[in-house]
Every structure is written in structure tokens, then in C-alpha cells.
Design a protein around this ligand. Sequence first.
Ligand SMILES: Nc1ncnc2c1ncn2[C@@H]1O[C@H](COP(=O)(O)OP(=O)(O)O)[C@@H](O)[C@H]1O
Ligand SMILES: [Mg+2]
Length: 270
Amino acid sequence: MTTEHLLNQSITSGQALIQNPIMSVRGLNVFYNQFHAVKNINLDIGNQQILALIGPSGCGKSSFLRCLNRMNDTISDCRITGTIEFDNQNILNKNIDPVYLRARVGMVFQKANPFPKSIFENIAFGIKIHGLSTNNQDLEHQVKKALDKVGLLKEVEHRLEQSALGLSGGQQQRLCIARAIAINPEIILMDEPCSALDPIATAKVEELIQNLKQNFSIVMVTHSMQQAKRLADRTAYFHIGELIEVNETSLIFNQPQNNLTHQYVEGKFG
Ligand SMILES: Nc1ncnc2c1ncn2[C@@H]1O[C@H](COP(=O)(O)OP(=O)(O)O)[C@@H](O)[C@H]1O
Ligand SMILES: [Mg+2]
């Protein structure tokens, strides 16, 4: 089936396809046993842009996001159909190594999940297993560089050998972002990265996400419409497994084309 044919069947309003995407999702379905959780999604991910995924709880945002680096592989009754093109390959193809893929498409979760190891080791681990450092001095340099990029270096420089679990929630989340960027992914997936943080920590992480856009492409699930407005270049509205509308963020919030999008952004349900 051609892309055009798939798009003709799509119910999505707005602009799902863009020029020079970094990743292209076509005809994507996610099933958990018989339950159809994500329905025929066609959507391009912009290069060095932030794409926000919004919509009511249970509409399939996390299920969709997890497809983009094959995290759904770990769920046994989960079945996926369709294609996701990244660097001229369909990443859903079984011959794509998910470990290699996840080095290129990193992920940050809702709840910060540092390893129960030192702050240093949390960052060094990925650099080492992907063979990205040549010697200990270079490793230390890379660890510090990643911590600096997330604005954490000054806060933790004197205690790199202490457990990461002793950091505050906001610091832990920035550490997890540092861990993700330390291995130079091209895309970073974030599933409600601020929902467990207080407003001050949220503001810091938001500022960080905004800066990351210079070097990475980001797909972010958020339940905060304000956050989507502040950060995202494009916003996609999901409803019961379907992509209802996607467009430049200002258009989604100020001139939605679909009545469901309109009601959601007006706060009529959620
Ligand atoms: N591991 C799973 N097993 C079975 N059903 C699931 C699983 N994960 C999610 N679902 C179902 O798929 C639908 C979409 O869930 P999810 O992707 O988590 O939505 P969202 O992130 O938008 O809240 C929901 O109905 C949810 O109950
Ligand atoms: Mg979710």
C-alpha cells in the first residue's frame, strides 16, 4: 500500500507530513491482545523540532511513543503493524537491533529512574557499553560535558561518587536526561518528563528541553497544555487511539480544525 493511499484513509486534520522529517510513521497500529490502542497513525517527526503529543488519559500517547524506539517489544501481548522509517530503514523490522536503535532514539520517563549507582556511573555506563570513550580521562570529560549540558555539573561536581538516589527529584530527572544525551542520540522521547516535579524543577527541565532542540529532535508526551504551548513546534492531538489533528502548535491551540481538538484545548474534557 502506498503512503498516499494510507493518508487518504486517515482522519487526521492539519499537517501530518512535513519537509525533511527525521522519522516517518505510516499506518501504525498498536494492539494489546485484541485491544486496538493506536489506530492507523501517519505522522512525521521534524528534525531538530519538538513535537508534543497531547490528549486525554488512555488515548494511546505512551503506546505510540514507545513504538519509536521499540520499547513496546518488552510487552509480551503487544503487537504492532505499519512502518516507522528512520535513516532509510523500517525500525519495526525484526532485523533492527533494538539496543542499537535505542542508542539513536533515547528515552526519558515520567518518573526519574537513575540506576542505584553513583552520579558518575549513571552517565558513564552508557558511554562505556556503546564504546564511545577511548580512555578514563576522555570518559570523565564526556560525563562532565553531559552533566554541564543539563545544568547539573556545578550542583554535583563535588559529589560525583555519591549515589544518584540522593539527588532531588528534579536533579534526578536532569541526570536521566544527561544519561540519555551522553550517548549522542538523534531523537529523544520524553513521556511526561515533568509530571512528578514541582514548578521550579519543571521550569528548569523545560528550559533544558528548549535548549536541547539545537542538537536533538524531541517527541514529548505532556498532559500540560501550557507546557506544549511553551515548548513545542508542532503539537499532535490524540483521541481514543486516533491522531485527530497535528499542526504548528499555535494553530492547534488558536485555530483547531477539528471539534474534538477544539473541545480539548478549551478544557471541556481531559
Ligand atoms: N501493557 C498494556 N497492556 C494492555 N493494555 C494497555 C497496555 N498499555 C496501555 N494499554 C491500554 O492502551 C490504551 C492506551 O494507553 P496509553 O498508551 O498508556 O495511553 P496514554 O499514554 O495516552 O494515557 C489504554 O486503554 C490502556 O489501558
Ligand atoms: Mg501515558
